[in-house]
Ligand binder design. Structure first.
Ligand SMILES: C[S@@+](CC[C@H](N)C(=O)[O-])C[C@H]1O[C@@H](n2cnc3c(N)ncnc32)[C@H](O)[C@@H]1O
Length: 260
């Protein structure tokens, strides 16, 4: 019998509102433009032409189509939100080098075996608000990979948020809490769990560290001192996207694993 996961109602309601507010646009689920562009560019960097890919939690599909425009990959893109999936089916697909197939599927019932070269997520596993469910989803995704295949997790982790909040605290800024519909992953527990599923960590990519430090620590401290409102996508904050990456100051990071 299917488990009753109360939090899934809350998560689906969140994405119902997101679907209404943003439609097919790339602003859906991510208001910060630098973050969105960096996520897509980094995912693309882990794919090669001809790869068969599974995207878990594709949302409205704007990112999926952008990826298939850049690389000739065969993508199966799944999501459990009926609202977002209906939008994904309407995405303009002109100019794609690869293919995208959008499917309604809860990752917690995913049953594909050894089918994909790459399985990736963009902030989906954090929507599973119990560690037991996160573990189950990760194990199902691991099983869906071919031997030698790669798992690319673009997810939020507790360690990066702790370092960010320590820096904010030094300047008297309040801590940033995870969004109400997210449970951040514990990096060490995630690595250990996936090791038991036959996956070896290849890379930790703190691709947003410098930008997040600049836009979520330096910028708000200066804006506050100057009596200005703090907002997303400020010209001041965008400067930090031009600097080389350093440190572990972002909750959002990429872990890359290879299946033995
Ligand atoms: C933060 S959004 C990101 C969506 C898309 N990747 C993007 O970047 O816009 C997370 C997505 O995961 C989906 N999701 C959450 N729980 C899921 C589940 N159990 N099975 C499949 N998809 C799920 C949500 O519906 C949502 O579209």
């Amino acid at each position: 019998m299917a488990k009753n996961r109360g939090y899934q109602k809350l998560v689906k309601e969140h994405y119902h509102k997101e679907a209404q507010a943003h439609g097919v646009h790339a602003t859906s689920t991510m208001a910060d433009k630098v973050t969105r562009l960096r996520e897509i560019d980094n995912i693309i960097s882990y794919l090669k032409n001809g790869d068969r890919c599974l995207e878990v939690g594709c949302g409205n599909g704007a990112g999926s189509v952008a990826i298939a425009r850049a690389k000739a990959v065969k993508m199966t893109c799944i999501d459990f939100s009926e609202d977002l999936l209906a939008l994904a089916q309407k995405q303009p697909t002109k100019g794609m080098r690869g293919t995208v197939e959008f499917k309604h599927q809860d990752v917690l019932t995913l049953d594909d075996k050894k089918r994909y070269d790459v399985v990736f997520t963009e902030r989906c596993i954090i929507n599973l608000m119990e560690w037991q469910d996160q573990k189950d989803a990760l194990a199902r995704m691991a099983a869906a990979l071919k031997a030698g295949g790669r798992m690319v997790l673009v997810e939020s982790f507790t360690d990066g948020l702790a370092e960010l909040n320590a820096a904010r605290s030094d300047l008297g800024l309040p801590a940033i809490d995870p969004a109400y519909h997210n449970l951040h992953l514990d990096k060490e527990k995630t690595i250990k769990h996936l090791a038991a599923e036959g996956l070896v960590l290849q890379e930790e990519n703190n691709f947003l560290s410098t930008y997040t430090f600049g836009s979520r620590v330096v910028y708000p401290a200066i804006a506050r001192a100057a009596g200005k409102d703090i907002r997303y996508n400020s010209a001041f904050g965008n400067f930090f996207a031009l600097l080389p990456n350093a440190g572990n100051y972002s909750q959002l990071k990429i872990l890359v694993f290879r299946k033995k």
